[in-house]
Design a binder for this molecule. Structure first.
Ligand code: HAM
Length: 441
């Protein structure tokens, strides 16, 4: 690898564009995120689920977005003779499928589930947007479509972020209506946009026919004026949906969760009804003043999906949930220099040093014996020079070294050396594990 870098030559193979890979140096951040996210979710009585990465395309086409929508355009289809398979673009539809397939309706309702894993979307790669990325999500499925569950999902998201160390967590909330009021809302929005059709971009001109709510997602300059004056969801949703939203907001207030009503908030997936929300954190780096970088970044999104299970062949079942984009969270954690507790190593480690060929052969067995006794061992079995091995010990942070030379092999002993004080003693090999344990207590 070094050679190739020297020549400044690109390696023959590099990761596929947009595929986010996690290198060892990044894992302390990922481990920290997962430790908190899983810990808090379990504390809130959520159970882990892991569904397949490959799914039937129709599962998402029927629920998240049909032909012509972004979901359809962004899916990675798997070539196969007869089956229409995809790499999952999200996991809510998968969890809903599992709910039906494994008969979760027979369990105590609602079921509360969480998941973590890779998702795939063929998007234009850019900062915070990848083609393979990981989501941590939770779903509350079954029971009543009680607003208390919307608030519980939002509160869980907020609690996870706060526990990680984010101070400014804001949730934007909206209601996009239900099956009763949505057809009329769509018509009103279409009517309004059609009378302004020349003032909006080409994409919005198409969206208004294919997927009218998505016009509110448009960030283009030319569309902002029309968007600003468009009919407002809050005035258009039916009285039941208004009451539902009001209750959600009251619960959030009760829980002291900061939210903002955003009347333009719609989501990119079709299965939502009523509550939709997005979770933001302030993403400026540690030293920056807020005004200098008033950039809040969406790290998660979710909402209610009371028709999803029906859409994919199940009985009417309420549901609500959210997912985080974990790469984004990790990137902001690093930028903000959010402290992660020092990694707790389950085993205290010793460094095993060998001198000479005969000792090297014997070392492997002794290293295994230490490990069997629960002692973590760092070894440099391929590094023959004594100095190189000691350098490794230093880097690995070991406090105790076990040294085996020709003489020790012959005498059936090992040297145990305290690397801090330099004090060493020779012990018989059968007492090695016991003595080492005493030293690293
Ligand atoms: P989503 O808004 O499509 O919702 O994705 C959730 C989060 O995943 C986003 O807020 C973002 O942080 C992250 N994300 C999305 N696309 C990318 C990408 N290309 N690269 C990196 N991160 C990305 C869902 O997926 C729903 N299943 C959420 C949900 C759960 N709704 C109800 N339950």
């Amino acid at each position: 690898m070094e050679k190739e870098q020297k020549k400044n030559k690109k390696p023959a193979f590099v990761a596929v564009k947009g595929i986010y890979e996690i290198m060892p140096a990044e894992f302390p951040w990922w481990d920290r995120f997962l430790e908190v996210a899983e810990g808090v979710s379990k504390f809130y009585n959520f159970e882990r689920i892991e569904t397949g990465i490959v799914e039937n395309a129709d599962l998402f086409l029927r629920s998240a977005g049909g032909e012509g929508t972004d979901v359809h355009k962004e899916m990675f289809f798997i070539k196969s003779n007869k089956d229409k398979w995809v790499l999952r673009p999200e996991a809510t539809a998968s969890v809903a499928r599992a709910y039906i397939e494994y008969g979760f309706s027979r369990l105590q309702q609602p079921v509360k589930l969480f998941y973590f894993g890779p998702m795939f979307r063929h998007e234009n790669p850019q900062a915070g947007r990848y083609r393979e990325f990981r989501q941590f999500g939770v779903e509350i499925i079954g029971g009543e479509n009680d607003p208390v569950f919307d608030a519980q999902a939002i509160s869980l998201a907020s609690r996870i972020l706060k526990e990680i160390g984010f101070k400014d967590v804001v949730v934007e909330v909206n209601s996009i209506g239900c099956r009763v009021c949505q057809p009329a809302i769509k018509k009103k929005i279409q009517k309004y946009y059609r009378t302004n059709i020349k003032k909006v971009c080409r994409d919005c001109q198409t969206r208004i026919d294919v997927n009218p709510f998505r016009v509110f997602d448009c960030k283009r300059e030319e569309c902002q004026e029309v968007k600003k004056a468009a009919p407002v969801f809050l005035d258009l949703v039916c009285s039941n949906c208004q009451k539902h939203l009001k209750d959600v907001l009251e619960y959030l207030e009760e829980l002291s969760i900061s939210y903002e009503l955003n009347n333009n908030l719609v989501r990119g997936l079709d299965y939502y009804d009523r509550t939709v929300f997005e979770i933001f954190v302030e993403a400026g780096s540690k030293g920056e003043k807020k005004e200098e970088n008033a950039s809040k970044l969406a790290v998660g999104g979710g909402g209610r999906y009371d028709y999803l299970i029906e859409m994919i062949g199940g009985r009417p079942t309420a549901g609500v949930g959210f997912s985080f984009g974990v790469e984004r969270i990790i990137e902001i954690m690093k930028k903000k220099e959010i402290k992660i507790p020092a990694q707790k190593n389950k085993y205290k480690s010793v460094f095993f040093v060998h001198v000479g060929e005969v000792a090297k052969k014997r070392s492997l067995k002794l290293v295994e014996e230490l490990r069997k006794n629960g002692v973590g061992v760092i070894e440099g079995l391929s590094k023959d020079s004594f100095a190189k091995q000691l350098k490794m010990a230093d880097k690995g942070g070991a406090e105790v070294a076990v040294i085996l030379g020709q003489r020790e092999v012959f005498e059936e002993s090992v040297i145990i050396k305290n690397l801090k004080t330099g004090i060493q003693e020779t012990v018989p090999v059968e007492k090695m594990a016991e003595e080492v344990k005493r030293h690293i207590k």
